[in-house]
Design a protein. Structure first.
Length: 295
């Protein structure tokens, strides 16, 4: 993997005396216990517990930084601003002031390196996300001017690691556990009340969630759109099995899909995209870190 820039991520900065308490009441992660040397996954939900956005969250210099797909900004930031009028908090999209680079440098998962309030490195385990002001040279052999934007490579990376990018077609469709946010330690079940908490907690403690994010690979005439239905082969018939979160085509011609499917789906199941009868998709093994949710 080579370093490249990612243009489809947006940076939102929350500042002000009530920024911490405000986000604590909005997001699924425990914002108050987030240490300055770590970042965390977090979800932002509506009152019914349905996701508006999946994001990466960290704090620095009294501010909180929310890194999320641009496709989620309108839904998530709009909702946050609606509630922010009751708190001393300012929310500003600063995507134009930052650029994001994926670097193949290994770094411990959730590790946060902060040079100042504008330069950050987020450890992904097998890589790093580097956030910095635009037009700033790196210390590597290539400057940011020489790095190429490769959003398809980024989407492949996220799909293979089980991280959902919500779009207009999938926003407010899934409870966080259905897209694997608990697997990513992005839900704290003991932090207290936040928007959507009742539904999320009930699903967890009563064992009501029967869906999970799965990574599929196979053949298809077209890359399926987010929200497209997937069907499962049952004998000689096909039955609806779930929905596409994100999809991309590899250089080999194969299609990679991240989808919400039954949690007990067998690894040898055969699936297809509804409307593309010749398509065939098979699940890859479940993600390794299947149970690291915060109790």
């Amino acid at each position: 993997m080579q370093s490249y820039l990612v243009s489809q991520l947006a940076v939102v900065v929350a500042s002000g005396a009530d920024a911490e308490s405000f986000l604590q009441g909005q997001l699924t992660a425990d914002v108050q216990k987030l240490p300055p040397e770590q970042w965390s996954y977090a979800g932002h939900c509506d009152a019914k517990g349905k996701l508006l956005a999946v994001m990466r969250l960290w704090r620095s210099g009294g501010n909180f930084y929310l890194l999320m797909p641009r496709a989620s900004i309108e839904h998530s930031l709009g909702q946050l601003k609606k509630f922010s009028v009751f708190s001393k908090v300012e929310l500003a999209e600063q995507s134009g002031e930052f650029e994001v680079e994926l670097s193949p440098v290994s770094s411990p998962l959730f590790a946060l390196e902060t040079a100042d309030d504008a330069h950050f490195s987020l450890g992904l385990g097998d890589a790093q996300l580097r956030i910095r002001p635009v037009s700033i040279d790196t210390d590597d052999d290539a400057t940011t001017d020489e790095l190429e934007i490769d959003d398809e490579a980024w989407l492949r990376y996220e799909i293979e690691h089980g991280i959902a990018c919500l779009t207009d077609a999938t926003v407010q469709q899934f409870v966080p556990q259905m897209v694997g946010l608990d697997r990513l330690a992005g839900i704290n079940y003991k932090k207290g009340c936040y928007i959507g908490q009742e539904t999320i907690a009930r699903m967890h403690y009563l064992g009501q969630n029967k869906r999970a994010a799965r990574y599929l690979v196979g053949s298809a005439d077209k890359i399926p759109a987010a929200g497209a239905d997937l069907e499962r082969s049952l004998g000689e018939s096909w039955r609806r099995a779930g929905a596409v979160l994100n999809a991309v085509r590899y250089d080999s011609g194969e299609v990679a899909v991240l989808a919400v499917l039954p949690a007990d789906l067998e690894n040898d199941a055969t699936l297809r995209i509804k409307g593309d009868e010749a398509s065939r998709l098979t699940p890859r093994p479940k993600f390794d870190n299947q149970e690291i949710s915060n109790e």
